[in-house]
Design a protein around this ligand. Structure first.
Ligand code: NI
Length: 169
């Protein structure tokens, strides 16, 4: 089922999500819905709070649905190692229409559980490293605009308030 993506302003996006303890059928359904919702929105990553669910689950596919093997489910993910730096433009499905340059590590190693609860470690480089950082931030209630300069962030927030007033957000 495709869920609408929750937009900036909803408190669920700025609340740390809860640890996943049950790897049951309900979780499998949520993960399938998250992939479906992410592809429908043309995203490469989605965190559960973005469909209004405050649980520590993220899905990532930097191939944009082209490669079945690129599908990654991370439950309770943690960054256990990072190195290097990249500075690229970043956006977020929950902050549509706005992008900004964010510094992230070039390499990131994540420890997480898959949809069945099995623990794994994965190293990502470039876009995948960025996606890991961005999605784990979501699970901690942090949006990418937090990493922008105060000037840029305030500008985006002002534009969003205008859109809200006009009923366009
Ligand atoms: Ni995002």
């Amino acid at each position: 089922m495709i869920h609408p993506i929750v937009k900036y302003g909803d408190p669920v996006l700025e609340t740390p999500a809860k640890v996943v303890q049950e790897f049951d059928e309900e979780l499998q359904k949520m993960v399938a819905d998250m992939f479906e919702s992410m592809y429908a929105a043309n995203g490469v990553g989605l965190a559960a709070p973005q469909i209004g669910i405050g649980r520590r689950v993220a899905v990532i596919d930097v191939s944009n649905g082209k490669n079945q093997e690129a599908k990654i489910v991370c439950a309770n993910p943690e960054i256990i190692h990072f190195e290097g730096e990249q500075r690229e433009e970043e956006g977020c499905l929950s902050v549509p229409g706005f992008r900004g340059h964010v510094a992230r590590p070039l390499y990131v190693t994540v420890r997480a559980q898959d949809a069945s609860g099995k623990e794994f470690e994965m190293r990502g480089e470039g876009l995948l490293a960025r996606a890991f950082c961005h999605e784990i931030d979501h699970l901690n209630g942090i949006l990418f605009i937090t990493h922008l300069s105060m000037l840029k962030r305030d500008l985006i927030k002002r534009k969003i308030s205008k859109l809200k007033k006009a009923g366009d957000w």
